[in-house]
Design a protein around this ligand. Structure first.
Ligand SMILES: [Zn+2]
Ligand SMILES: [Zn+2]
Length: 173
C-alpha cells in the first residue's frame, strides 16, 4: 500500500484499495487483546494538486479482555477513515510554529507514501477504551479473584463512594 506522491498528485490518479492486512504484530504482548482478525481496508485513494487523500473505512474483529472480569469480549470495530497527505517541504519547515496551524494535512517526509503505519495508528486510536462483557459485569473480587458473574464469594465487598470516602476522612479525628 505504497503510493508515489508526486505521480499521484501530478496525474490526479484515483484508485480503490481493498485489502486485508495482518496487524497481529500491533497487539503483540498486550494482555487486553486476546486475538485480532485481519484489518479490512476499503479506501479510495486520490491524487489532487498538492495533496493525496485517502478516505473510506477500516474494520477489524477483535477479541478483547473485559476490563472488569477479563472474559472474552468480541468487538467488531468499524473505523471511518479520512486523511490528507502532502509532501513535507523544506521551506515550510523554516516558517516556524505558525505553519503548524494548518494541520489538516499529514506531512509525508518522503516521495513514497506508505499508508500502513497511518492505518495501524487509526486502529490503535479507535480501540474500545474499557471493553465490558456486559454493561453490568460484576468483575472480579478484589480480595480472592473470584469471577463474581459466575459465583459469589464470601469476602466483604465494601463499596465506598469516593465522595463519602472523603467525608469519612474529614470526620476521622
Ligand atoms: Zn466482564
Ligand atoms: Zn472474594
Amino acid at each position: 500500500m505504497q503510493f508515489h506522491m508526486q505521480e499521484w498528485m501530478a496525474k490526479g490518479l484515483k484508485a480503490t484499495v481493498q485489502e486485508k492486512l495482518d496487524v497481529s504484530e500491533l497487539f503483540k504482548g498486550r494482555a487486553d487483546v486476546l486475538a485480532a482478525g485481519p484489518l479490512h481496508v476499503s479506501l479510495e485513494v486520490a491524487g489532487h494538486e498538492g495533496f493525496v487523500t485517502a478516505s473510506g473505512e477500516l474494520s477489524i474483529d477483535l477479541d478483547l479482555a473485559c476490563s472488569r472480569c477479563l472474559d472474552k469480549v468480541e468487538e467488531h470495530t468499524v473505523i471511518p477513515y479520512f486523511e490528507q497527505f502532502k509532501l513535507a517541504s523544506a521551506e515550510e519547515k523554516d516558517e516556524g510554529p505558525e505553519a503548524d496551524e494548518n494541520d489538516e494535512f499529514v506531512e509525508v517526509p518522503t516521495e513514497r507514501l506508505d499508508l500502513r503505519p497511518f492505518l495501524e495508528e487509526a486502529v490503535l486510536v479507535f480501540m474500545p477504551f474499557a471493553p465490558l462483557c456486559s454493561k453490568d459485569c460484576k468483575g472480579l473480587c478484589q480480595s480472592c479473584g473470584e469471577n463474581l458473574n459466575e459465583r459469589a464469594c464470601d469476602c466483604k465487598h465494601e463499596v465506598i463512594d469516593p465522595r463519602f470516602a472523603a467525608l469519612k476522612d474529614l470526620f476521622k479525628d
